[in-house]
Design a protein around this ligand. Structure first.
Ligand SMILES: Cc1cc2nc3c(=O)[nH]c(=O)nc-3n(C[C@H](O)[C@H](O)[C@H](O)COP(=O)(O)OP(=O)(O)OC[C@H]3O[C@@H](n4cnc5c(N)ncnc54)[C@H](O)[C@@H]3O)c2cc1C
Length: 247
C-alpha cells in the first residue's frame, strides 16, 4: 500500500482550481481539487508544472497551505519578473487546470504527537507551511504552547492576517515590519536579529521544536541566531524558498 502512495506522490496529475483568494495585493491562495490526492502532512510542499503551447515547461515548489484533511491549497507570492508566480497569482481562474505532484518532503513536517513547545519563525511567504502547522495543531486539539515570530515588509504584506489574529488568545505571536510601520504599530520594527530572537524565542532549555521558513538569507540568519542562543541544531528545521527576498 505504501508503495502505491509513494508512486502516486511522484506522478504528475491534473488539478482544477476550485477557489482563488486574495490575501494581500501580491499574494493569492489557490485551492485545488486533486482527484487522486494521497493526503499530506503539515509542512510538506508540492510541485507545480506549467507547460506552454510550444512544449516549454517550468516547475516550481509550493508549500501546502492547508492542514491534513482540508482541501489542498497553496499560497503564492507574485515576484516581479518571475516566470511562474505572476501566472499563478494573476492569470489563474477558478476552473483552470494545472499539473502537480506531491506531497513532497518528510523532514519539514509537524505531527501533533511531536514533543516540546513549538517555535515558528517566518519571513514573508514563509508563513505558508507554518499556517498549515497552526491549522493542524488546532484541528488535532493539541495544546502544545506556540510562539510565532513573523517578519513582513509592511503591514499590508502580512499574509493570513485575520486568521493569525484568531489565534490571539492561544499562541504568543510577535510581528516585525522591516520597511515601514504604521503610526500606531505596537510590534517590532526591522529585520530579525539576535536581539529580537533573544527577546521572543523560547529559552533554549525548553528545547522547543523550531520551524524556520522564508527566503534563504532570512532562514540562515535566523538559524545561526538560534544556535547562538543555545538551540540544538537538530531541533531547528529549516525550509528555504530561494533567493535573498530582501526581508
Ligand atoms: C520547498 C519550497 C516551497 C516553496 N513554497 C512557496 C510558497 O508557499 N509560496 C511562494 O510564493 N513561494 C514558494 N516557494 C518559491 C517558489 O518555488 C518559486 O521560487 C517562486 O514562486 C518564484 O518563482 P517564479 O518562477 O515566479 O520566479 P523565477 O522566475 O524563478 O525568479 C524570478 C526572480 O526572483 C528571484 N526569486 C526566486 N525565488 C524567490 C523568492 N522566494 N523570494 C525572492 N526572490 C526570489 C530569482 O532569483 C529571480 O531573480 C517555495 C520554494 C521551495 C523550494
Amino acid at each position: 500500500m505504501e508503495g502505491t502512495a509513494v508512486q502516486r506522490r511522484l506522478i504528475w496529475q491534473v488539478a482544477t482550481v476550485a477557489a482563488v483568494t486574495r490575501e494581500t495585493p501580491s499574494v493569492r491562495t489557490i485551492e485545488l481539487s486533486v482527484p487522486d490526492w494521497p493526503g499530506h502532512r503539515a509542512g510538506q510542499h508540492l510541485d507545480v508544472r506549467l507547460t506552454a503551447e510550444d512544449g516549454y515547461t517550468a516547475e516550481r515548489s509550493y508549500s501546502i497551505a492547508s492542514a491534513p484533511g482540508e482541501p489542498v491549497s497553496i499560497t503564492v507570492e507574485r515576484l516581479k519578473d518571475g516566470e511562474v508566480s505572476p501566472y499563478l497569482t494573476e492569470e489563474l481562474r477558478v476552473g483552470d487546470q494545472l499539473e502537480l505532484r506531491g506531497p513532497v518532503g518528510g523532514y519539514f513536517v509537524w505531527e501533533a504527537t511531536d514533543p516540546g513547545p513549538l517555535l515558528l519563525i517566518a519571513g514573508g511567504s514563509g508563513i505558508v507551511p507554518l499556517r498549515a502547522i497552526l491549522r493542524q495543531r488546532r484541528r488535532s486539539g493539541s495544546d502544545v504552547p506556540v510562539r510565532l515570530l513573523y517578519s513582513s515588509r509592511t503591514l499590508p504584506d502580512v499574509i493570513y492576517r485575520d486568521e493569525l489574529d484568531s489565534y490571539r488568545d492561544d499562541i504568543s505571536a510577535s510581528y516585525t515590519l522591516t520597511r515601514t510601520q504604521p503610526p500606531d504599530w505596537t510590534g517590532y520594527a526591522g529585520r530579525v536579529n539576535s536581539a529580537l530572537l533573544a527577546e521572543v524565542a523560547w529559552p533554549a532549555h525548553k528545547e522547543p521544536l523550531t520551524f524556520v521558513c522564508g527566503p534563504t538569507s532570512f532562514v540562515e540568519t535566523v538559524a545561526e541566531g538560534l544556535v547562538h542562543l543555545g538551540y540544538q541544531p537538530g531541533r531547528v528545521k529549516t525550509e528555504r524558498f530561494g533567493a535573498s527576498g530582501g526581508r
